[in-house]
Design a protein around this ligand. Structure first.
Ligand code: PEP
Length: 246
């Protein structure tokens, strides 16, 4: 099974600069074992694709569910493809929470991505209240079931388990929580013929917790926010993933 470490820069750029970041990351031998994906803000997609020269894959952080038309401020899957993207993040919790994206819209976006040949990185995960109240599995079942029924077949789908309470908080899920929840997610994906998808963990992954999280059964990589902004910490996380597969 493949593995991946994906950088989500959100609405930020690396303090060292895009060019220096890419120069520091590309050309390392690990790249063949664990795919490196970078999701910069929209205006930097083409630059990333150019600088990465194929050694890194480029992802958008969002897309429209529509192909073209009067949708001011939106960007279609076909446009992302032309900009050099191979992947796109869909259903990130910040899109769900700040911009009100629901499961059906997420499903339509998965379908739009797939129809343009982009690989969606489909994000799911529970809030603290749901985890504390025992509602995690029910929520994941709804997020997966609703979106995938709307989306239909999505070739090469990547799923990212990102508990909302762990994103940007410094408070990562424990290896036990990740192992247990990844097993539940694979179980929920099985009826859709997707038991073998690349399944990432995201939520406060850092150089000092990456090795123990990478060692968890069923973790095929990471989606990394804050710690992806400097090339040194991103490379350390990537290296931890590579070492766990050696
Ligand atoms: C994310 O935004 O997908 C994420 C996991 O962020 P962070 O690593 O900062 O928690």
């Amino acid at each position: 099974m493949g593995a991946m470490v994906a950088a989500n820069w959100k609405m930020n750029l690396p303090p060292e600069g895009v060019e220096a970041w890419v120069g520091s990351v590309v050309g390392r031998e690990e790249s063949e074992d664990v795919l490196v994906v970078v999701a910069p803000p929209f205006p930097f997609l083409t630059q990333l694709a150019h600088l990465g020269g194929g050694a890194i894959s480029v992802a958008a952080q969002n897309l429209s569910e529509h192909e073209a038309g009067a949708y001011t401020g939106e960007v279609s899957a076909g446009m992302l493809d032309r900009a050099g993207c191979s992947h796109v993040i869909v259903g990130h919790s910040e899109r769900r929470q700040i911009y009100g994206e629901g499961d059906e819209l997420v499903g339509r976006k998965l379908r739009a991505a797939a129809s343009a040949g982009l690989v969606p990185i489909f994000c799911i995960g529970e809030t603290k209240e749901l985890r504390d109240g025992g509602g995690t599995r029910g929520l994941l079942e709804r997020q997966i079931g609703t979106a995938l029924r709307v989306a239909g077949t999505v070739d090469g789908l990547v799923v990212a388990y990102e508990p909302v309470w762990a994103i940007g908080t410094g408070d990562n899920a424990t290896p036990e929580q990740v192992g247990e929840t990844h097993a539940q997610i694979r179980d929920l994906l099985t009826p859709f013929g997707l038991a073998d998808v690349i399944l990432l963990y995201g939520g406060s992954v850092k150089p000092d917790n990456a090795a123990e999280l990478a060692a968890v059964e069923g973790v095929d990589g990471f989606l990394v926010g804050g710690a992806s902004l400097t090339s040194e910490s991103f490379k350390a996380i990537w290296q931890a993933m590579v070492s766990s597969r050696a």
